[in-house]
Design a protein. Structure first.
Ligand code: ASP
Length: 441
């Protein structure tokens, strides 16, 4: 068994840096295989087989031939679900799917834990998307408590997005894209822009970038800054304190805090990312701009989401101010934050980023199913203990998580687990959604 076989991927922290690099090496090979054409044979294939009158099969299509992937998507998705399904089919495996919440017994009130336990007996690997924060960990734990006794095998849970919490496989696609575009991640200056509070892709990506030594700049309306728990983890685990800006203009022309306050005091600019004052340009300041949409489905008050609309925009004017090699990325779907006129520019990488989803996920599936081994140096250790071990510390009993979107507030029978934050004994962190609350609340 390889180091990754049978492991859950609930957070990007479940994969160590050298494991992520191993995923990328395999992705390169699979991407090359796809590029050569799914039906073409590799150059190493013995010559006599090329003479066969039978249709040729891609060597990729034999990798997972006897395995089944289940996609359980209890929230809308286009790219994540279809790229996982495409990846499994490219590898010769089969797919079963719950494509939306209405098509499973969760609609009848079945618990997530029960749903996952049942599906684990029908499939070899499960990709879960769920509207509640921390649901992927709860699903993984529900299998860990029974997997060897009842199932007799390990069924990995892959987090395909759990509420506003994390989206680790999108981060693999994002880091892979940066590596393809810039041949490195270390030292890159990356601006995370948009709804940083609710965008799960940003949370996982911030950890991933910090771990690989990139420098983070956060650009968002003040109301949509990174959540406290993300900032705390960046600081405690990666000694990273990202600089925060209201706009690209602020990034390009740092001004004393007092005048920034004055300007904000005069009310929100109609277009906070207005670049007119960015005379020096921001080209030399950024290697990549990662834009996210306003995550309107996560706002308690829909009118607030509406008020934030149009508060940032990537358009042809921005293209004139960024560097020749500054990559524009977006996890998609975009709504109105990236002008369609940007698409034709070679720096717009978002459709390439989406396309990498297939080879990246092919590599991950093959590794988690033990069908391929990590190449190169292999530590066999995750950066943090794999899911279910590190977080299994006993929680403070009798305390509920105060995050209304936490899975423990929705799943019947779920036991909340609040644990003290290291070096901050008056703060508790939920082991599932990671939201923080004071010990006395
Ligand atoms: N597709 C990404 C996600 O599922 C980004 C988004 O929806 O804005 O998180």
């Amino acid at each position: 068994m390889t180091a990754l076989a049978g492991r859950h991927v609930v957070s990007i922290s479940d994969l160590a840096n050298d494991e992520i690099e191993g995923v990328f090496r395999l992705t390169d090979r699979f991407a090359k295989g796809l590029q050569d054409g799914p039906l073409s044979l590799s150059r190493k294939e013995p010559r006599k087989r090329t003479k066969s009158p039978l249709p040729r099969r891609s060597p990729l299509s034999g990798v997972c031939v006897d395995r089944i992937l289940a996609t359980v998507f209890l929230e809308p998705s286009t790219r994540t679900r279809l790229s996982f399904e495409s990846a499994m089919q490219r590898l010769g495996g089969r797919v079963i799917s719950v494509p939306d919440p209405g098509s499973s017994s969760t609609a009848k009130g079945e618990s997530l834990a029960d749903t996952i336990r049942v599906i684990a007996s029908y499939a070899d690997i499960i990709v879960l998307r769920h509207p509640h924060d921390g649901s992927a960990l709860l699903a993984a734990e529900s299998l860990d408590s029974q997997r060897l006794s009842e199932l007799g095998r390990r069924v990995p849970i892959v987090n395909g997005g759990d509420g506003a919490h994390e989206h680790p496989t999108q981060t693999l696609c994002d880091l892979y894209t940066l590596r393809r575009e810039h041949q490195r991640i270390a030292g890159l200056r990356v601006a995370l822009c948009g709804d940083l509070l609710h965008a799960r892709t940003v949370h996982s990506l911030a950890y991933g970038l910090a771990r690989f030594g990139a420098q983070l700049r956060c650009i968002s309306p003040p109301e949509l800054r990174l959540p406290t728990y993300v900032k705390r983890r960046l600081e405690l685990e990666y000694q990273c304190t990202p600089a925060e800006y209201d706009s690209f203009t602020d990034l390009a022309e740092p001004e004393p805090a007092a005048s920034a306050r004055d300007r904000r005091g005069r009310g929100r600019s109609t277009r906070p990312l207005d670049l007119d004052r960015a005379r020096e340009g921001i080209g030399r300041l950024l290697d990549a701009v990662y834009v996210t949409r306003i995550q309107k489905e996560r706002f308690a008050e829909p009118s607030l989401a509406e008020a934030m609309r149009g508060s940032y925009l990537v358009d042809p004017l921005l293209l004139t101010r960024i560097g020749k090699h500054t990559t524009i990325m977006h996890p998609l779907p975009r709504v109105d934050e990236v002008d369609a006129a940007v698409d034709a520019d070679t720096r717009a990488a978002y459709f390439r980023q989406a396309a990498y989803g297939v080879p990246v996920r092919m590599a991950l599936i093959a590794l988690l199913l033990g069908k391929r081994k990590l190449g190169g140096r292999q530590s066999g250790q995750a950066a943090e203990p794999p899911t279910g071990e590190g977080l299994a510390a006993p929680g403070v009993s009798g305390v509920r998580c105060q995050n209304p979107a936490c899975i423990t507030n929705h799943e019947l029978g779920a036991r909340p687990r609040l644990v003290p934050v290291p070096h901050h004994c008056s703060i508790l962190r939920c082991a599932y959604c990671e939201h923080e609350q004071a010990t006395h609340d």
